[in-house]
Design a protein around this ligand. Structure first.
Ligand SMILES: Cc1ncc(COP(=O)(O)O)c(C=O)c1O
Length: 392
């Protein structure tokens, strides 16, 4: 163990593995000893187009040499183009650009309250969220997050959030009243261990929002931008959202988030209502444009489906006593006991990076560019590691 993390001057907010990665390409990472790993995590669903994709590197380098930052007091071409591209993908939504998933959620929460104050005169607004959800660590996003253990040390929380069991349409219906200005849901819960809601759940949420005049805000931070085989995970549920939050994969590993909203809702934000110095700067926007190009040009939506099916089949064959769930390349391996940390450790030793999302669930969110050969080898390592743990 080479790590000096325990006595470093970095605040100890993460439980880190004693591995230092120094380079990456595609779905391969290399550590400081030169050991190679197959990356089934992609920096937690970020490096969807693979590590250091040459087109991202070229786009960023070119933009770095031209202009790095001017603030949002001025227009910049990459930001305008990115808003156009995201608008085209999302049925004409407008974008507010920021720097993380939590910030995209903050923008959505503020927009919902602002819109409801204008449109519906709601002074005590409620937002319905799901138990087990994860929306980020800033105070608004944390209040929306349905995990009391993450909130408790920082109480009191922001008011006006109601949490209902995820995937239960009746619970959602019971929570609706005329104080509800928005329903905020992940289309597939990520941090909770890749929980896919039952068919029809998001459509029910859509219908309830329409009935009560509330906004449907979908947190696509983890599931969005191709990971499940669609640009947005909720597309496969046949519905549209009023507000969509993006981050993670958006700029290929550079920090960027976006809150997309239908123009008539976005219009509730007046100049001065919301802002961030770095949001949508030319460098990250250039990276995001290159990410969208790569996803399109390399057929990564289709690849997510095909590769996801292959990986799932390999895991189902090699790990018969676990259950695999998810969509595309957003998979959860449900273990029969709380051995996810041990399995992640054993996989890492075997040269495969995965994440223990919960004590009994392994999260698998590889780069969408992962090859068949990498899938087969990684699944073999995981299966063998599991076999050793199971029979120990
Ligand atoms: C669904 C979802 N929303 C929001 C966030 C917060 O994003 P960030 O860590 O960029 O603030 C995450 C992060 O894991 C997430 O998975």
């Amino acid at each position: 163990v080479k790590s000096t993390v325990s006595d470093s001057l970095v605040m100890q907010t993460y439980r880190r593995w004693p591995v230092e990665f120094v380079s990456g390409s595609g779905a391969t990472l290399v550590d400081s000893d030169g050991k190679r790993y197959i990356d089934l995590l992609a920096g937690i669903a970020v490096a969807s187009v693979g590590h250091c994709h040459p087109r991202i590197v070229a786009a960023v380098t070119e933009q770095l040499e031209r202009l790095i930052h001017v603030s949002n007091l001025f227009e910049t071409r990459p930001q305008q183009e990115l808003a156009d591209r995201l608008g085209t993908l999302s049925g004409g939504k407008q974008s507010f650009f920021c720097n993380s998933g939590a910030e995209a959620i903050e923008a959505a929460l503020k927009l919902a309250r602002r819109w409801a104050r204008d449109q519906r005169d709601v002074v005590s607004p409620h937002i319905v969220c799901a138990q087990g959800s994860f929306h980020g660590r800033t105070f608004g996003a944390l209040a929306a997050t349905g995990q009391p253990a993450k909130q408790q040390p920082f109480a009191p929380m922001l008011e006006g959030f109601v949490h209902v069991p995820y995937g239960d349409p009746d619970a959602l219906e019971s929570a609706m009243d005329d104080r509800v200005v928005a329903v905020l849901l992940e289309p597939i819960q990520g941090e909770a261990g890749i929980i896919v809601p039952p068919a029809g759940y998001l459509a029910k949420a859509r219908a309830l929002c329409d009935q009560w005049g509330a906004l449907l805000i979908l947190d696509e931070v983890q599931a969005g931008l191709g990971r499940t085989g669609c640009w947005f995970a909720h597309t496969s549920d046949g519905i549209d959202a009023d507000v969509v939050c993006l981050a993670k994969a958006l700029a290929g590993g550079l920090p960027m988030g976006a809150c997309l909203a239908r123009p008539e809702i976005a219009a509730a934000f007046q100049p001065g209502d919301h802002a961030t110095t770095f949001g949508g700067g030319p460098v990250v926007a250039a990276a995001a444009l290159a990410v969208l190009d790569v996803i399109e040009d390399e057929g990564l939506l289709e690849r997510a489906i095909v590769a996801g099916r292959r990986l799932r089949e390999w895991l189902e064959r090699g790990m018969p006593d676990v259950s695999i769930r998810g969509r595309g390349l957003m998979l959860g391996v449900q273990l029969p006991n709380a051995s996810a940390r041990d399995l992640a450790a054993a996989s890492l030793s075997g040269g495969v990076v995965v994440n223990d999302a919960t004590p009994d669930v392994i999260r698998i969110t590889p780069p969408l560019v992962i090859s068949d050969d990498e899938i087969d080898r990684a699944a073999t390592v995981l299966s063998e590691a599991w076999d050793a743990i199971r029979t120990a």
